[in-house]
Design a protein around this ligand. Sequence first.
Ligand code: PMP
Length: 317
Amino acid sequence: AKCGPDGNFSKGEVLPFGPIAVSPSAGVLNYGQGLFEGLKAYRKTDGSILLFRPEENASRMITGAGRMCMPAPTVEQFVDAVKQTVLANKRWVPPTGKGSLYIRPLLMGSGAVLGLAPAPEYTFIIFVSPVGNYFKEGLSPINLIVEDKFHRASPGGTGGVKTIGNYASVLKAQKIAKGKGYSDVLYLDAVHDKYLEEVSSCNIFVVKDNVISTPAIKGTILPGITRKSIIEVAQSKGFKVEERLVSVDELLNADEVFCTGTAVVVSPVGSITYLGKRVEYGNQGVGVVSQQLSKSLTGLQMGLVEDCMGWTVRLNQ
Ligand code: PMP
């Protein structure tokens, strides 16, 4: 679907996957005026298809669009477009437990600009792909390195929204870390170089004495939908959850550490390396809290347990 700066999107259409034409002077290509989202469709054992909190992705795109001077589809337009795209690709939703259909909505400044300014035209696209587990280790723990040279975001920047440029800025740190055998990079805050921010594509949690802590949302990290969901699931199970500044020292002294995100769902962290020092967590990282929360969340997402939270949206096939 397309629209001008007023945000009145045209009715979209379902097209075969393939290249799209944009002007060489499109805002997205020259000035990074682009946002994306990521969500998943899961197949239940009865064959039906579930989306997980798609309206949360729609709202996050609307917030991000404000920061990036772009119009955005309404929550209804967004969710409707996701549903239509998944239905058109329903044969690609894997069976229960065998993965999911990853859904990638993209909003971009497709209109031509020369001087630095918001684009005069916007395009909203959704594409999908079946996926298995994000980290090659699967459900087993991941090994992170705390980044001491590069930052992902700084106060006043765009770290809090899902804009494409945030991901360009982490490619190098991630490449170096993967080259040394780490699964991914954990970033620290750019002001003190001391407080945890997030991983390249997921949020981080530390558990100490059964209290779960995670960095507060303050504009430099992405407000993850899995993060928010895990906080609610943990609280409903009686855990104390703190959203606050979490220092790297607390991380190194935690009982267990885990990451959350649409792609990784809940991934236990087996080890952290910081300034050349490696800390390993008990039971090779698979802690009791992360195991329990992971089971509850995946049960909801795959429709294996009753959705008492009202988070899943069943598609009418
Ligand atoms: N942080 C970053 C930088 C991300 O790219 C993602 C993935 N969207 C997350 C956190 C986790 O967010 P969510 O749980 O909504 O997938």
